[in-house]
Ligand binder design. Structure first.
Ligand SMILES: Nc1ncnc2c1ncn2[C@@H]1O[C@H](COP(=O)(O)OP(=O)(O)OP(=O)(O)O)[C@@H](O)[C@H]1O
Ligand SMILES: [Mg+2]
Length: 558
């Protein structure tokens, strides 16, 4: 075990005391070297000792300080410090016998001005050999700058919290009116004001008008509507993208509208609402009394304005997206109905003209064949062949007519049309189909029946074209408030994400079309597929019901 021993020889010689003594430094010199103010006070609150710092601040000699009341020397008061504002530290020390720390605020003369100063005081007892208090020593430190800094940090922190609060509150809504009103209320609350407003810039007319306001009359708001860029104070702020604040707007030469003076506004701050250097509007805060806005208030207003501008832009973008979404929906509705109309027209045309003509041709050929003499068998064979070709073409045309718009769908409804399609398309292509209907079958609106039929038709086409399946199932479930369909195959499946992400434009329109049709009718679509695991497509479309004569009646039923 290692042991450290200190022999009298090894000990560091304590040469401080002799040094002090040697250089003639005494206690007075030590207390004078302290930067803080130090005074020693006796029981009668008289100063018995002071250091240089005290003398320097008062500009007096030591002899002028000794014997003076401590409150005069330390704080320039004519009577002792009193609680609650300023408790006398000396009294506390005499009473408790212990050191005490207190904070005082006193008026100090600095140059030719009087200033409030924050002073931290540590008072400690000086005891004799028997432990009796004989005097009190006070060390005072001016902490005004530190307090000011602390206060500034606190205010900055509060402002940051408020800013954060504003940012999160205004970003909670995508509704422009709500954003503007919430932002304005928060700003006024923060600046402890009650008058202000937000003007937005109309992109077309390039004019500003109030969209949210507090403490302003209707007359004023109407009176300043349509403010041009560069006009008045707000117009200039919007034009320059820079804040303007005036102590008394009623005397400002930039005023163009009388209504502002009538409103009795005085102190006025106007900051631009800009996002990505683009001015969206202006936020004004006003007061009915003249006087400058504090710099921190303006700074805060600018920071808030930046947040509000982002929220406004978000709300405007959201509105734009909503508007476009509505337009897209409307366009889709038109495309789908035009497509269906067009399919009907072509089917009718093919049926009424082409297929009639082909039927006529076949009949006429028969007539010609019957009229021919018996010894022209070879001609008859050729004619029979032509007739068969006409009949086959006729069948093909009927199939096309059916695919375009199955009359069964209009006449007998979804189940009959799907049944026909499964037999004539899927089964004909070698895919065994199991068709199941759940619930009580009923007629639905043409829109819903067409959408569901088209989805089944597209899913079947995909099974034949891509799946390589040999069996499939189709389920139609008539629920109380909706109709659900499900098409499953046992084919090779596919990677849905890959297909949906594909940039190839000619790829994936069928699945996309299903999604559009379903969403358009407020329904839902689910596509489940994995390579080698087959594919399942499920769609559900809600059906609204209305109550008539105590009986449920689907508005979709015919
Ligand atoms: N049942 C299925 N089995 C296997 N792959 C499928 C199935 N359904 C769709 N797919 C895959 O998904 C892709 C996208 O299908 P979608 O119907 O959207 O487009 P498409 O059939 O290629 O073209 P179209 O726009 O003519 O319908 C297909 O190309 C195919 O690769
Ligand atoms: Mg397809």
């Amino acid at each position: 075990m290692q042991r450290i021993t200190t022999s009298p020889k090894a000990r560091r010689p304590d040469n401080r005391r002799p040094n002090l003594q040697r250089s003639g430094i005494n206690l007075q010199a030590i207390i004078d070297s302290v930067d803080d103010e130090l005074i020693v006070i006796d029981r009668d609150l008289c100063v018995t000792q002071v250091n240089e710092a005290v003398l320097k601040r008062h500009g007096i000699k030591r002899s002028e300080a000794i014997g003076q009341p401590c409150y005069r020397i330390s704080h320039g008061l004519s009577e002792p410090c009193r609680p609650p504002a300023c408790e006398c530290p000396v009294a506390v020390v005499w009473e408790s016998g212990k050191s005490v720390r207190l904070s005082h605020i006193h008026d100090y003369n600095i140059g030719d001005q009087t200033e409030k100063r924050h002073v931290d005081i540590i008072a400690s007892p000086v005891k004799d050999g028997q432990g009796n208090i004989v005097e009190v020593v006070e060390v005072m430190r001016d902490v005004t700058e530190a307090r000011r800094l602390e206060q500034q940090i606190m205010e900055t922190n509060q402002n940051l919290l408020a800013l954060n609060d504003i940012a999160s509150t205004v970003n909670q809504s995508m509704d422009l009116e709500t954003v503007l009103n919430t932002a304005l209320d928060k700003v006024l609350e923060l600046l402890k004001g009650n008058t202000g407003g937000i003007l937005l810039l109309d992109k077309k007319s390039q004019t500003l008008s109030y969209r949210a306001y507090r403490g302003l009359s209707e007359e004023f708001v109407e009176g300043v509507a349509g403010l041009k860029l560069g006009e008045g104070i707000a117009g200039r702020v919007a034009q320059l993208g820079k804040p303007i604040y005036v102590d008394d707007i009623s005397k400002d030469p930039r005023l163009t509208r009388e209504v502002v003076i009538k409103e009795g506004l005085r102190a006025f701050a106007s900051v631009p609402l800009q996002s990505k250097k683009k001015v969206l509007g202006v936020m004004n805060i006003a007061s009915h009394t003249a006087g400058p806005f504090g710099h921190p208030d303006i700074q805060l207003l600018i920071s808030v304005a930046n947040q509000v501008a982002i929220a406004i832009e978000n709300a405007e973008l959201y509105n734009e997206v909503q508007r476009k979404e509505e337009m897209r929906g409307e366009l889709l509705r038109q495309i789908i109905s035009t497509q269906e109309d067009e399919r009907k027209r072509i089917a009718r045309g093919l049926h009424d003209e082409t297929s009639q003509a082909l039927t006529g041709l076949a009949v006429n050929l028969q007539v010609v064949m019957d009229a021919l003499p018996l010894d022209v068998d070879q001609v008859k064979v050729k004619l029979r062949r032509i007739q068969n070709m006409a009949i086959n073409t006729l069948d093909e045309i009927h199939r096309v007519i059916y695919e375009l718009r199955p009359s069964l769908l209009d006449d007998l409804g979804l189940v009959a049309a799907v049944n026909w399609h499964a037999e004539n398309y899927l089964e004909a292509a070698g895919v065994k189909v199991h068709l199941e209907t759940i619930g009580v079958e009923r007629r639905l609106s043409a829109e819903v029946e067409t959408a569901l039929f088209r989805i089944i038709q597209e899913a079947s086409t995909n099974i034949v074209r891509h799946a390589g399946a040999n069996s499939a199932s189709i389920t139609i479930d008539f629920k109380h408030a909706s109709v659900a369909i499900c098409i499953k195959d046992n084919g090779k499946g596919f990677d849905l994400d890959k297909v949906m992400r594909s940039k190839d434009k000619g790829y994936g329109l069928g699945l996309l079309g299903m999604k559009e049709r379903v969403e358009f009718l407020n329904g839902s679509l689910s596509i489940q597929s994995r390579p080698t695991c087959g594919t399942e497509i499920a769609a559900e479309i809600p059906i609204e019901w209305e109550i008539t004569d105590g009986q449920d009646k689907s508005v979709d039923s015919r």
